[in-house]
Design a protein around this ligand. Structure first.
Ligand code: ZN
Length: 336
């Protein structure tokens, strides 16, 4: 196994995650994971292995790709349909406008949010959940296919054990074919997957053809006010030529509406597309907060605003019969 080389990238990640991420401990295999992904990206013959099961089988470290799955890897999600057996950690749903949305679980294994994360909840309320080990959750991203374009909502954990690259490969999606990335906010578990450790420890883009859409309020807060922002600054600098800043209420490409979901972070955004509402980090403990939207997680930076946004947006979703997609909802990442 390749020895992990300390790099500026890794140091920046380590420094940054301590202050702002829900995943405080980088996985032990973070650098080998990043190296494996870098290997995939650097080797287009593997990524574009059209119908060549042998190549995929030989490259077991690259992905969960199975022999039966190795068809047309070069063309976005052309071969994937909701009817086909979904690759592990994914689920595809068709939206009212004919677009599809695929939940992609980014964390490895099971994720439980601990009781300590919900200081707002009384002991008796928490005990009534009967979840002493913690509340089932995930770290998730969502891929929408609409108008022949691929749109990713958030990019996950990246070097902290993120599974996004592996799952995209299993879905026959080449990262180069992702046209847009919408960001709900700038916490590390939502943006670190935009980058990978490239040659000589240099940070490189994962989605090199994607336009990145971020809220102006969120961007300004992280660039100017919030401390421990090295990761955020470095990623935004890397993507500066493809970065688009929006305001709440803006109608964005492919009919995406940006909505004020402020509280978790200063510019936390929900996105609506058709009957889908991407709610970002509105909820960290779904089983608790679905009936108690007044309860925040301790990750929520402004608790009063966070609770107000949670109530308002959940009501909006109910009133409009929207399917919610949440970055920390339990598998499979959707809630009615
Ligand atoms: Zn998060």
């Amino acid at each position: 196994m390749k020895k992990a080389i300390p790099s500026l990238f890794a140091v920046v990640l380590a420094l940054t995650v301590a202050g702002c991420s829900e995943s405080k401990t980088p996985a032990n295999n973070a650098s080998s994971e990043a190296a494996a992904r870098a290997k995939v990206a650097e080797n287009p013959s593997v990524n574009a292995a059209t119908g060549n099961a042998a190549v995929n089988a030989a490259n077991a470290s690259a992905a969960n790709t199975t022999a039966g799955n190795a068809v047309g890897a070069n063309s976005a999600v052309a071969t994937h349909s909701a009817e086909a057996a979904a690759p592990a950690g994914t689920k595809t749903v068709t939206l009212a406008n004919g677009a599809s949305v695929t939940w992609i679980q980014d964390n490895e294994g099971k994720k439980l949010m601990p009781r300590e994360l919900f200081s707002d909840a009384s002991d008796s309320l928490y005990a009534s959940l009967n979840m002493p080990a913690g509340i089932p959750a995930s770290v998730s991203t969502f891929l929408v296919k609409v108008d022949g374009k691929l749109i990713l909502f958030d990019a996950g954990l990246g070097a902290w054990g993120g599974q996004l690259a592996k799952r995209l490969d299993a879905l026959n999606v080449n990262p180069d074919s992702v046209g847009l990335v919408y960001l709900t906010h700038f916490h590390a578990d939502h943006i670190a997957g935009l980058v990978k450790n490239g040659t000589a420890g240099k940070m490189e883009k994962v989605f090199k053809n994607a336009a990145v859409y971020a809220g102006k309020v969120e961007y300004d807060a992280w660039m100017n006010k919030i401390p421990k922002n090295d990761l955020q600054k470095n990623i935004m600098t890397l993507y500066k030529d493809s970065l688009h800043l929006f305001a709440f209420g803006d109608s964005l490409p492919h009919g995406v509406l940006a909505m004020d979901a402020v509280g978790h972070t200063p510019g936390h955004t929900a996105f609506q597309i058709s009957n889908l509402l991407v709610i970002g980090d509105l909820m960290h403990g779904y089983a608790l907060q679905k009936n108690h939207p007044e309860i925040n997680s301790n990750y929520d930076m402004d608790k009063a605003k966070s609770a107000e946004s949670r109530k308002r947006i959940m009501q909006y979703a109910r009133d409009n019969k929207l399917l919610m997609a949440g970055m920390h909802l339990p598998p499979p990442g959707f809630a009615e």
